[in-house]
Design a protein around this ligand. Structure first.
Ligand SMILES: Cc1cc2nc3c(=O)[nH]c(=O)nc-3n(C[C@H](O)[C@H](O)[C@H](O)COP(=O)(O)O)c2cc1C
Ligand SMILES: [Fe+2]
Ligand SMILES: [Fe+2]
Length: 405
């Protein structure tokens, strides 16, 4: 009976004495000010009501109202003993300041680096319990232990593990974009949307730190995980194994057959070169071939497909003595992500003083083998000639061979 009342207030019982009290954001159009949110965003927070009461993370400040109503209702007058801060990024710590005013005796729990960050973000000085790798907190008949996740994706990041029930409160790890759409659990949600948005989240937020993610996933493999409660995306109760497997694949940068063609074009000449390359790839039987206009698609969609597929072709015009700005920004982002094990083809255009191809070549050289260059590199003056189009077709053929290599 009690459970029915909880659910009418937007509280969902996730497991024995574990409640989801998160928030759904369908108002923000960007996450971290950068990444499109076509399906919104969820900020998950959990309350463990054992002998001790423990809050796991909070929500973004704009969504505090519901969060506090739910917290207050479940506590039902009990004190809040602990608030575990797995990660200080404000999408999870946004309600902390008010939480400490409403529950002045709450002890904050986190890593040594969390203590330092909380001082600078929220003036927290004292009332903090520092935990290290493998240490645990006694909740009375239940133990919560801690898995450090440095640089996945902040230095203080960690996950919490309910040893008694095998529940991993993984914070950003296993997270994804997308608000809950009725379904809170993996078995209730539309998994194809969930997994697509989870990969775009992985690439956008965690991608650069894939080496560190591999290490954390090795530690997760040693735990007996029955359920994953992340701080974004659904709760994985039917198939936590699926979430772990996906994150393992992405963090190891395993790629699939397919080519992404991205162009930056003002008047269509660079675009027509990239269309010729895409057509050639298709004639070679490559599928999928994904074509993007760098100035029009949010970069997160482009980088996610680049992460997924083995081949990339960039076509870029020269703009004021430099590469066209959206492609220059993409190059910078790809460099930031330390991508490796993929093939790249290049095509630059210009009319009087070429710069685009040179910049793209410099990007490939700087990657020190991370990106393997496929011939021919093409440079087109103003408008593609018959020879230029033939070179584009050859690039498509060579790329197809390389990615199947
Ligand atoms: C605003 C603007 C700036 C340009 N700057 C340069 C430049 O610095 N050097 C150059 O060789 N060509 C420059 N170009 C010429 C284009 O790079 C060239 O015409 C190219 O073929 C355009 O490709 P598109 O038709 O795909 O836009 C510029 C063109 C425009 C419109
Ligand atoms: Fe984060
Ligand atoms: Fe987050």
């Amino acid at each position: 009976m009690a459970r029915a009342i909880y659910e009418t207030r937007g509280i969902v019982q996730a497991a024995d004495s574990v409640f989801w009290i998160g928030a759904c954001d369908r108002e923000a159009d960007k996450f971290e000010g950068l990444w499109d949110l076509p399906h919104g965003m969820a900020y998950n927070s959990y309350l463990i009501k054992a002998e001790k009461t423990v809050l796991i993370d909070t929500v973004k400040s704009a969504y505090m109202d519901d969060f506090f109503l739910r917290l207050n209702q479940i506590l039902g007058g009990l004190p809040l003993d602990y608030a575990v801060i797995n990660h200080v990024e404000p999408d999870h710590s946004g309600a902390l300041e008010l939480l400490r005013r409403l529950y002045p005796d709450v002890k904050l729990v986190g890593s040594a680096k969390t203590a330092d960050m909380l001082k600078n973000f929220y003036g927290v000085d004292g009332g903090f319990v520092t935990v290290k790798e493998g240490e645990s907190l006694d909740l009375g008949g239940r133990r919560l232990s801690f898995v450090m996740a440095p640089m996945v994706h902040w230095p203080e990041s960690m996950a919490s593990y309910d040893e008694t029930n095998g529940i991993l409160f993984s914070n950003d790890i296993f997270g994804g974009f997308g608000a809950t759409e009725g379904g809170i659990f993996d078995d209730e949600a539309d998994l194809s949307t969930v997994e697509t948005e989870m990969m775009r989240y992985y690439v956008s937020i965690v991608g650069r730190f894939s080496k560190q993610a591999v290490k954390v996933l090795e530690k997760v493999r040693k735990l007996d995980v029955s359920m994953i409660c992340p701080s974004h995306g659904p709760i994985w109760r039917r198939s936590p194994e699926r979430a772990i497997g996906l994150y393992e694949k992405w963090s190891r940068q395993e790629t699939e057959e397919g080519v992404v063609v991205v162009y930056g074009s003002m008047y269509g000449n660079t675009k027509s070169a990239s269309d010729a390359i895409a057509r050639s790839l298709s004639l070679e039987g490559i599928s999928p071939v994904r074509v993007y206009d760098a100035a029009r698609s949010n970069m997160s969609f482009i980088t996610t497909d680049i992460w997924k597929y083995r081949g990339l072709v960039l076509s870029c015009c020269t703009y004021n003595m430099e590469a066209f700005p959206p492609i220059a920004a993409l190059l910078r982002m790809l460099e930031n992500k330390n991508m490796t094990g993929r093939f790249i083809g290049l095509c630059g255009t210009y009319s009087w003083a070429p710069a685009a191809l040179k910049e793209m070549k410099a990007f490939v050289e700087k990657s020190e083998g991370g990106w393997k260059l496929v011939d021919p590199t093409i440079e087109i003056k103003s408008r593609p000639s018959r020879d230029d189009i033939e070179a584009c077709e050859q690039l498509g053929k060579n790329m197809a061979k390389a990615i199947r290599g």
